[in-house]
Design a protein around this ligand. Structure first.
Ligand code: NAD
Length: 257
C-alpha cells in the first residue's frame, strides 16, 4: 500500500487531492492549519473512503524541523513515502512598494522553501525505494506574472525550478517531479484574493471575478479541485513514469495567450 503526504490539505486543492488518494486506497498524511475538531472530522471522513489509513500531522510549513518530522512520522507509521504533494500556500496582493517584507518572507517560506524541506527529507526514502512521485502544486503564476503578486509569482517560478532539479536528481531512481500549474480555482485562498484585489484596484468583488479573474481564462470557467486531484493521481501513477521535470498548465488556456 502506497503512502501520500499532502501539505496544506485541510482545505481547498490539498484536501481534494488527499481525498482522491484516500479513495484510491493510499495511506494519506493530512497536514495544515485549522481547528482540531474540524481536522479530526476530515481525517475520519477520509479514512472511511478507502482501504488505507489517514493520519494528521500539524507541521507548520514555516518550520523546517516540523516538516522533517512530518516525513519521518509518515515513514515510521506506514513504512514508505511514495508520493509527496507540496501544496500548502498563502497569498498576499499588494503593490510592490507597499508589500510588507514579512509577507514576502512568509510566502517564500510556505510556498517555496517548505517544498525544499519536504523533498529534502523524503528524497533518501524515495531513492531507497527506487520509487517516488513529487507533485508540486505551483500555479499559472509559476509561468507568467500578474501585478501586485510579487512574492507569490517569485515563489511559484521558484518551485518549478526546484521540481526540475529534483527530476534530474531522481531520474535514475524511479523518482519523478513535476509542477501542476492551475489557473484560478474557487477556494478560500482565491476568495481572499478577490477581496484584496477589489481593494487594491478599487473594484467590486463581482467586477474582480468577471473582469480580472475569469478574464484571464479563455474558457471563462474556474478550474475545479476535482480536475486537479485527478491530474495529481495520474502523475503519481506508473503510467506517468516518463513525465518528469515538467511544468504542466491546467488553466483554461490562460498561459496560451
Ligand atoms: P487554501 O487556502 O484553500 O488552502 C491552503 C492550505 O495551506 C490550507 O490547508 C492551509 O491550512 C495550509 N497552510 C497555510 N499556511 C500553512 C502553514 N504555515 N503550515 C501548514 N499549512 C499551511 O488554498 P488553495 O487555493 O487550496 O491553495 C493550495 C495551493 O494551490 C497553493 O499552493 C496555491 O498557491 C495553489 N494554487 C491555488 C490556485 C487557486 O486559484 N486557488 C491556483 C493556482 C495555484
Amino acid at each position: 500500500m502506497k503512502t501520500t503526504i499532502v501539505t496544506g490539505s485541510t482545505s481547498g486543492i490539498g484536501l481534494g487531492i488527499a481525498e482522491s488518494f484516500a479513495l484510491a486506497g493510499y495511506n494519506v498524511v493530512l497536514n495544515g492549519l485549522g481547528k482540531g475538531d474540524e481536522i479530526e472530522a476530515t481525517r475520519a471522513r477520509l479514512a472511511s473512503l478507502g482501504a488505507g489509513d489517514v493520519i494528521f500531522h500539524g507541521a507548520n510549513m514555516l518550520k523546517p524541523d516540523e516538516i522533517t518530522d512530518l516525513v519521518k512520522t509518515a515513514e515510521a507509521k506506514f513504512g514508505s513515502v511514495d508520493v509527496i504533494v507540496p501544496n500548502a500556500g498563502i497569498q498576499h496582493v499588494e503593490k510592490i512598494e507597499d508589500f510588507p517584507p514579512e509577507k514576502w518572507d512568509a510566502i517564500i517560506a510556505i510556498n517555496l522553501s517548505s517544498a525544499f524541506h519536504l523533498v529534502r527529507a523524503a528524497m533518501p526514502i524515495m531513492k531507497k525505494q527506487k520509487f517516488g512521485r513529487v507533485v508540486a502544486i505551483a500555479s499559472a503564476h509559476g509561468l507568467i506574472a500578474s501585478p501586485y503578486k510579487s512574492a507569490y509569482v517569485a515563489a511559484k517560478h521558484g518551485i518549478i525550478g526546484l521540481m526540475k532539479t529534483v527530476a534530474l536528481e531522481g531520474a535514475e531512481f524511479g523518482i519523478t517531479a513535476n509542477a501542476i500549474c492551475p489557473g484560478y480555482v474557487e477556494t478560500p485562498l482565491v476568495s481572499g484574493q478577490i477581496s484584496d484585489t477589489a481593494k487594491a484596484r478599487n473594484m467590486t468583488e463581482e467586477q474582480v471575478i468577471n473582469e480580472v479573474i475569469l478574464k484571464a481564462q479563455p474558457t471563462k470557467q474556474f478550474v475545479t479541485v476535482e480536475q486537479i486531484a485527478a491530474f495529481a493521481m495520474y502523475l503519481a501513477s506508473d503510467q506517468a513514469a516518463q513525465i518528469t521535470g515538467a511544468a504542466l498548465p491546467m488553466d483554461g488556456g490562460w498561459t496560451a495567450q
